[in-house]
Design a protein around this ligand. Structure first.
Ligand code: NAI
Ligand code: ENO
Length: 367
């Protein structure tokens, strides 16, 4: 029997992570990947993420039993159009990983009407503000919800096939309609990105008047704005694709802010206390504490602004096989120090690194 043939289209953070999980869970399948630029293709072959790479999408698509599109949302719809013009295998199963679902599910139903094509929308609800195949990981989606959306082009058995293919992601699969998906992710993901970017923008505006402001941004500001470093390509597409729900959330949030504004101006301290207390209790009960979304682990080290300091710190880790996936120096302080940001794949590695830095230096380390 010929090997089952899987095409991962788009070798970025998500495509790369899916490729790793599929290849690791099904070493007997033939996994191919399309990517327009060469560097991710070379990386995927060197790291044995996949068996075959190409910049010719059509060549790979016509051989595939399953195709997963991992592009910005609008581009995935263009690729569906392109697929509809090819002689695909009969009953090919197509899915995607985009952050919105209504637009692509509706487009797929229209594009493949009457054709022997199966389509299930997909959205692994984990990721990062980082992009690219280099940041990909087999366990990126471990314990995270992976939403699958039915379409007129899918049946129950197709879901089992896709879940089996993706089993090694160790994600928690859940079926939601495309409408339900978009309404809920607007609340928990899309609108919060708008808030994060607005907080950064507001701070920058204010710093034009009082330049020292940005130096006073501490841990709380950092936690609330990490996602403002996400890809503008990806997030502008998401906002365009789920605009109604996001606008609705902005309206609701404006009302909430105005209500708090009234309490503050009227100095209603008891009500303000109750407002914070309610939020504290609600957040402590939210499932985010189970850690599903924490997939990268940062350490921030306050280091002297001298050459060689990065090598010095990395030298402390000699003999320990730590999974550093990103190194960045942030010169945010006007004084002598810079902030060295190291990102690890696992919480264990983050803890080991913190311990080693504390053993070898007197640098301040923050998580
Ligand atoms: N980054 C995240 O945290 C998450 C992202 N998603 C969704 O996954 C999808 C992929 O996102 P990422 O992997 O994060 O992005 P990425 O930036 O890491 O990868 C995007 C891929 O699209 C390709 N691409 C972009 N424009 C192209 C073009 N014009 N022609 C051909 N290829 C093109 C790039 O080469 C790359 O392979 C998006 O729809 C995003 O909404 C879903 C869950 C989490
Ligand atoms: O960076 C983060 O914490 C995220 O929120 C990642 C993310 C980005 C886009 C999605 O559709 C799902 C998850």
């Amino acid at each position: 029997m010929p090997k089952k043939n899987i095409l991962i289209a788009g070798l970025g953070l998500i495509g790369g992570s899916l490729a790793r999980a599929i290849k690791s869970g099904h070493p007997d399948y033939h996994v191919s990947a399309y990517n327009r630029s060469q560097a991710p293709r070379d990386f995927a072959i060197q790291e044995r993420l996949v068996d075959e790479v190409s910049d010719n999408f059509a060549d790979l698509a016509v051989k595939a039993d399953v195709i997963i599109l991992n592009f910005p949302v609008q581009l995935s719809i263009k690729f569906l159009d392109f697929l509809s013009e090819l002689s695909l295998k009969k009953n090919v199963l197509i899915s995607d990983s985009g952050s919105t679902k209504f637009e692509i599910v509706t487009a797929a139903e229209e594009i493949f009407k009457g054709k022997a094509v199966r389509f299930i929308g997909g959205h692994p609800m984990a990721g990062s503000h980082k992009t690219g195949v280099i940041a990909s990981s087999e366990l990126l989606f471990e314990n995270a919800y992976y939403i699958l959306t039915p379409s007129r082009l899918s049946k129950a058995a197709d879901f089992d096939e896709l879940k089996n293919l993706l089993a090694r992601t160790r994600a928690k699969f859940v079926e939601l309609s495309a409408e339900e998906h978009d309404a809920m992710t607007a609340v928990t993901s899309h609108f919060p990105h708008v808030v994060a970017a607005s907080l950064v923008d507001n701070t920058h505006d204010f710093a034009a008047i009082m330049p020292f402001t940005e130096n006073l941004a501490a841990g709380g500001f950092r936690d609330m704005t990490r996602i403002a470093e996400s890809s503008p390509d990806m997030w502008s597409e998401i906002l365009m694709s789920n605009s109604e729900h996001i606008v609705h959330q902005i309206d609701r949030f404006n009302e909430k802010l105005n209500a708090v504004k009234r309490l503050i101006s009227q100095k209603q301290s008891a009500e303000i206390w109750a407002f914070f207390d309610k939020a504290r209790q609600l957040r402590s009960q939210m499932p985010i504490h189970k850690g599903a979304m924490e997939n990268f682990y940062d350490l921030f080290i306050s280091v002297p602004d001298k050459s060689g300091v990065i090598y010095e710190v990395l030298g402390y880790f000699a003999g320990h096989d730590l999974s550093i996936i990103n190194i960045k120096i942030n010169e945010t302080r006007v004084e002598l120090n810079g902030v060295l940001q190291l990102t690890f794949k696992t919480e264990n590695d983050q803890a080991t690194a913190e311990r080693l830095i504390q053993e070898h230096s007197n640098y301040d380390v923050y998580k």
